[in-house]
Design a protein around this ligand. Structure first.
Ligand SMILES: Nc1ncnc2c1ncn2[C@@H]1O[C@H](COP(=O)(O)OP(=O)(O)OP(=O)(O)O)[C@@H](O)[C@H]1O
Ligand SMILES: [Mg+2]
Length: 270
């Protein structure tokens, strides 16, 4: 991998029939960093992840992952990444250990049993390793899913809403795993709707809204977009949630009208 961006997205567009979901998306992700993509339901986060992981073709624009073009070098891209999709992809009939061994075999690795045991221990699943995944809790299933995606130590990992549906404890465990990964040099692109998740984890945060990235920066940079509110003598720092809702509007789903609820972005907010 070059010292340049681990992921580079330039002018990506994607429509489903008349629905223009991505209308020119641009961003870069530095190697070894955690990049969070925020957006409301239907903003196009999963669509973008599917394009970057070669599961879907863009209509326009270019994207490189690990220096490889997703359109013209999909095989090389797939060798460089792993994807944990929005919905856990574990095989329920198999045990946790068998799920891990299956992926190790598919990746043609030696000693799949030893790889499986190492990951079970690392993800606190050793005791449950020989139980069918159907009996796992949501958090255990998620941890197994992420463990499966680490097999073969890909340099770039995509996590689409890695903690949706998890209880706070399980979320914290997944966060620790993600931090460890980045600490070891893995580049992580995650999508999330949990703003505190982005605050906790991300080196950079980008907000996808109405088909484009409307803001991209560090947490500190995003917080500077809103002035600190003065309430008598108490100074309140805006949370990332305040910034997000001001940028996106607090109506949830994006709508056709550019409603007045959507605050102006960028320097205009000062
Ligand atoms: N294969 C498809 N065919 C038609 N429309 C699609 C297809 N995939 C996605 N869409 C539409 O594109 C839009 C973006 O969907 P996408 O799944 O990328 O959103 P998202 O940001 O991941 O949302 P969520 O937070 O709910 O996961 C939605 O309106 C969705 O209905
Ligand atoms: Mg999604």
């Amino acid at each position: 991998m070059t010292a340049e961006s681990a992921i580079r997205v330039q002018g990506i567009e994607k429509s489903f029939k008349k629905l223009a979901v991505l209308r020119g998306v641009d961003f870069d992700v530095a190697p070894g960093s955690i990049f969070a993509l925020l957006g409301s339901n239907g903003a196009g986060k999963t669509t973008l992840v599917r394009i970057l992981s070669t599961l879907l073709k863009a209509d326009a624009g270019t994207a490189t992952v690990c220096g490889f073009d997703v359109a013209t070098q999909p095989g090389e891209v797939r060798e460089s990444i792993s994807l944990t999709g929005q919905f856990a992809a574990v095989d329920e009939v198999l045990t946790g250990r068998e799920n891990l061994m299956l992926v190790a075999r598919l990746r043609h690795l030696k000693n799949p049993g030893a790889i499986a045991d190492g990951l079970l221990a690392r993800f606190s699943l050793a005791e449950a390793g020989n139980r069918r995944a159907a009996t796992y809790s949501g958090g255990m299933r998620r941890r197994l899913d992420i463990a499966m995606s680490l097999i073969g130590t890909p340099p770039i990992i995509f996590l689409d809403e890695p903690t949706s549906g998890l209880d706070p404890q399980a979320r914290i465990e997944v966060w620790q795993t993600i931090r460890q990964l980045a600490g070891q040099g893995t580049t992580v692109l995650l999508t999330t709707q949990y703003l505190d998740e982005a605050e906790q984890l991300a080196d950079r945060i980008a907000i996808l809204h109405k088909g484009t990235i409307i803001q991209n920066g560090t947490l500190a940079e995003l917080k500077k977009l809103l002035p600190a509110a003065q309430v008598e003598y108490v100074e309140k720092q805006p949370s990332l949630e305040d910034v997000f809702l001001a940028l996106v509007g607090d109506t949830g789903e994006s709508d056709d009208t550019d409603s007045a609820a959507t605050a102006p972005v960028g320097k205009d907010l000062r």
